[in-house]
Design a protein around this ligand. Structure first.
Ligand code: SAM
Length: 211
């Protein structure tokens, strides 16, 4: 995602009650932030938040955490909900590399990865959010039946992800090479990137897998 430095975004994020500050302090007790015992679903690379905001409004029985690396992007998500923030949605500004330091074992029931950055150079493969490096960390925080759900417009990244799932000993639950014309479309919520790419006529690749 191309980034412009939005003035004051870092400060706005650091003082927002919708953003979990010092998230590692809540390791193992994230549900306490929501005052319930509902399952927690996270989206990594939440961007401007459209997907997770809509999910949260549709599913009050689930707690949602949107994780985004950049304040200048996350600020857009906060702007969308400032009038009427869903009680079951919070955000964290962090790099997902340290995710296993922030969440405890079996604390997360589902991980959404939507249109993750492709990092096309081989030497950056580890940074792809579906690399075995990340899958290992996801295993450390997912519930026993927890899943990763991944959507992308990028075929090489999709093929790479299928390989990494197999190499990491994960199990593929579903896959589609054209999500929008597949059985998995029911209940699909479009992300900002998904809307753009599908309007251009690009197929959306989709998979779900568990550890
Ligand atoms: N998910 C949104 C969508 O589908 O419209 C945004 C997609 S955008 C291509 C990828 C987003 O992931 C960017 O906002 C980027 O900053 C974020 N991101 C990439 N790597 C990340 C990481 N390691 N930790 C947290 N966020 C990350």
């Amino acid at each position: 995602m191309r980034l412009r430095n939005i003035k004051g975004s870092r400060e706005a994020i650091a003082s927002s009650p919708l953003v979990v500050q010092e998230p590692a302090q809540y390791k193992g007790v994230f549900q306490s932030l929501f005052h319930n015992t509902n399952p927690i679903h996270i989206e990594i690379g939440t961007g401007k938040g459209r997907f997770i905001i809509e999910q949260a409004r549709l599913h009050p029985e689930i707690n949602y955490l949107g994780i985004e690396k950049y304040s200048s992007v996350l600020i857009r998500a906060l702007e969308k909900i400032k009038e009427n923030p869903p009680a079951n949605l919070l955000f964290i500004r962090m790099d997902a590399e340290t995710i296993a330091e922030v969440f405890g074992p079996e604390e997360i029931a589902r991980i959404y990865l939507n249109f993750s950055d492709p990092w096309p150079k081989d030497r950056h493969a580890r940074r792809r959010l579906t690399s075995s490096f990340f899958l290992t960390r996801y295993s450390q925080i997912l519930t026993l039946d927890g899943q990763v759900l991944f959507k992308t417009d990028n075929r090489p990244l999709f093929e790479f992800s299928l390989e990494q799932i197999e190499e990491s000993g994960w199990t593929l639950d579903s896959k589609a090479y054209d999500l929008h014309h597949s059985q998995y479309m029911e209940g699909n919520i479009m992300t900002e990137y998904e809307e753009k790419f599908s309007a251009e006529g690009k197929p959306i690749y989709y998979l779900a897998a568990h550890h």
